[in-house]
Ligand binder design. Structure first.
Ligand SMILES: Cc1cc2nc3c(=O)[nH]c(=O)nc-3n(C[C@H](O)[C@H](O)[C@H](O)COP(=O)(O)O)c2cc1C
Ligand SMILES: O=C(O)C(=O)c1ccccc1
Length: 398
């Protein structure tokens, strides 16, 4: 890496894999001019400009008064990292092994619905970008491309690409079982069960736009040809108000795939999840889309990490918008983070290349931060490095 600085040329030896890439539209020179936060904000604005306002607000919006929506990002701004010094390493290893796949960098793509609202190629474009970045796509049951085609798109880029399948347990066990078989047959390498949605959150923005249905030609393609519906017909994705640990047990018994539980905030639920045989826990408040009274995801993280006590990995999603957010979450004990909306903005703004850019700037910024914090690999980010900061210090967010 080299940069002109006050008339001098400053060179860093062995700056690591970041500088050998450049396949995703963010060349080394570009990296010196911008930040992940600025890139993600710009992509969001481009997405806002190209999307139907109802679709933009479906993606952007949250539940209730959107307290938690804003709180996820705000909570990261209140945390700072204390670097360790004189612990240098010429290169860094950002990879992480999780049940269900290896990530080249600790950022996976959280499940979000209806990617074809953002871009005509929908989840296929997302899957190709994620596979090229050698991380994991958690593909939602509410995808507008069938899961078999999502996995095929990922494997067209990398035959070893890992795609996980997210599902809501359906009130009819037979329907749930059929979805699991579909994910297995497609080649998914893990299942993610979302537990924070026994009922749907109430989204004011959707109500104001009258946005309740997908436009003609788009559908939740995984919901075709399921038990209880006519051939070719679509079933609705149902929420299950009576969902219980027994549903999780049946799911656990029905597949040999690693099972993740997503939407955990209470440490005792994390312990129960481990006792019920999950392979991993996702600390998440659904990006502020379900319950508007909960803490920020990063605020809930440390207690869950402590409760799980290393028995399974913990992933966090919600409000991750820059490399610093990733580093803070990892220092607090997350094995990796998920990003939701930034991927939708990249997809809407520039399709596959836009998603690639989101993943690339985040990975590059984490790599740079790890170097600044004296880390050789992600285990070198530890909780003692996280401290509170006074509010209002981020130039971007105020
Ligand atoms: C438009 C949208 C759709 C979502 N759909 C799902 C879904 O179908 N299943 C699920 O488990 N989570 C869903 N989520 C939640 C994400 O998986 C994730 O928890 C959240 O987006 C993370 O927050 P972030 O957007 O701030 O990164 C959705 C989020 C958004 C924004
Ligand atoms: O919009 C969401 O957040 C979500 O989780 C969902 C649930 C059902 C269908 C589509 C998306």
């Amino acid at each position: 890496m080299s940069a002109g600085l006050a008339g001098h040329r400053v060179t860093t030896a062995g700056a690591g894999p970041a500088d050998r890439r450049g396949t995703t539209g963010t060349g080394p020179a570009d990296r010196h001019r911008t930040t992940a936060g600025a890139v993600l904000a710009e992509l969001r604005e481009r997405a806002r400009a190209v999307l139907d306002p109802a679709h933009y607000d479906y993606f952007a919006g949250g539940v209730g008064d959107e307290v938690v929506l804003g709180g996820n990002e705000a909570a990261f701004r209140r945390l700072a990292l204390l670097p360790r010094v004189l612990r240098g390493a010429p290169t860094r290893d950002l990879s992480v092994d999780l049940p269900g796949g290896r990530l080249a960098a600790p950022v996976l793509v959280a499940p979000t619905a209806f990617h074809r609202l953002a871009h005509p190629e929908g989840e296929s474009a997302t899957a190709r970008a994620v596979a090229a970045a050698r991380t994991v796509l958690v593909s939602g049951v509410a995808s507008t491309v069938a899961i078999a085609d999502v996995v095929a798109a990922a494997r067209s880029v990398d035959p070893d690409a890992a795609v996980w399948f997210q599902l809501y347990p359906q009130p009819d066990d037979e329907v749930t079982a059929c979805l699991v078989r579909r994910a297995e047959r497609a080649g998914c390498t893990a299942l993610v069960v979302t537990a924070d949605s026994p009922v749907l959150g109430r989204h004011r923005r959707d109500a104001e736009h009258g946005f309740h249905d997908l436009p003609a030609g788009l559908a939740a393609e995984n919901m075709r040809d399921l038990p209880g519906a006519a051939p070719g017909a679509l079933r609705d994705i149902a929420m299950s108000p009576a969902v219980s640990w027994a549903h999780l047990d049946r799911l656990r018994a029905s597949t040999s795939l690693p099972l993740w539980l997503k939407g955990v905030l209470h440490p005792r639920d994390a312990v129960l999840a481990v006792e019920h045989g999950v392979s991993g826990v996702v600390v998440s408040n659904h990006g502020g889309r379900q319950c508007d009274v909960v803490p920020a995801a990063v605020e809930a993280l440390p207690a869950v990490v402590d409760a799980v006590a290393g028995r399974v990995p913990v992933v966090l999603d919600g409000g991750v918008r820059c490399g610093g957010d990733v580093a803070v979450a990892l220092a607090l004990g997350a094995a990796a983070v998920g990003v939701g909306r930034p991927v939708l903005w990249g997809l809407a703004a520039a399709g596959e290349a836009g998603v690639a850019r989101v993943l690339d700037v985040l990975r590059d910024e984490v790599d740079h931060l790890l170097a600044l914090c004296g880390g050789r690999d992600l285990a070198d980010l530890t909780r003692d490095q996280v401290v509170a900061r006074s509010a209002g210090v981020c130039a971007r967010c105020g």
